[in-house]
Design a protein around this ligand. Sequence first.
Ligand code: UTP
Length: 291
Amino acid sequence: MIRKAVIPAAGFGTRLLPASKSQPKEMLPIVDTPTIQYVVEEAVAAGITDILMIIGKGKRAIEEHFYRNFELELELEEKGKIKELEKLKRISDLANIHFVWQKELNGLGDAISYARDHVGNEPFAVLLGDTLVRSTSGESVTKQMIDVYERYHESVVALEEVEHDKVSRYGVMDGKVIDKNVYLVNSFVEKPDPKDAPSNLVIAGRYVLSPEIFDCIDKTVPGKNNEIQLTDAMRLLLEERAMYGLHFDGRRYDLGNRLDFIKTNIEFALMRDDLKDGLSAFIKELALEMV
Ligand code: UTP
């Protein structure tokens, strides 16, 4: 049973400056809900009951969001705003959420290493705090990955299909398909030239890792940007153990990137009954003005 998840959310978010200067990019809303709340909800829907968030300087707002605010609850109760009150209470009831500070921002691999004591000798899920994944079947992507882990008892990485000419932006999987949407990973190639890319399946911000990853992170030397990269540690893990890739049925949204951030807000708003009519009318109006 996988009960623990780690959500790294300590990064500077330089791609979203100035919005991310004094507030965490993971707290920027998609419609009216902070990105990281969707991430926590995905984990909870997968049966996760214990979450460790890796945070750092300037990330206090994340802690406050997941703690109860009794004054605000009282105020809502007194004003009879019961729906809002229930919504707020639900956030703090989602799971047991813990926080740890990454002392220096030395990369994603380094961020994960701070979870070692908390996770112990168990497999655990990793969900990037600035990335959403939405499954077309509606089932939590993390849940689908845990199912694969329970079948093979080895680490699992989420894979997203991208257009072939875009592979040079990502970590690309080299492997072979062994079951419906499941790959046995051979290796990962970081940002390859499209003509050298082993596939167009790329690492998509969700992982289920076996605890051996911690020793591999310890052995990983700084790589790109002089940071400890999780992909490099996963390559070391592949020398000792098998690893699987799940090509999930859906989309990934990288909210650390401006265009994705705007597109995601529009897409999620169009899925909301209270907003879709007004927004689609506005988009049509804009489109007409532009022709
Ligand atoms: P990114 O790769 O988006 O890095 O991190 P970043 O530094 O936050 O953003 P840019 O490139 O400067 O815009 C992916 C996830 O990993 C976390 C981030 O908070 C984000 O949720 N992360 C990254 C850490 O927790 N620690 C790190 O040292 C780096």
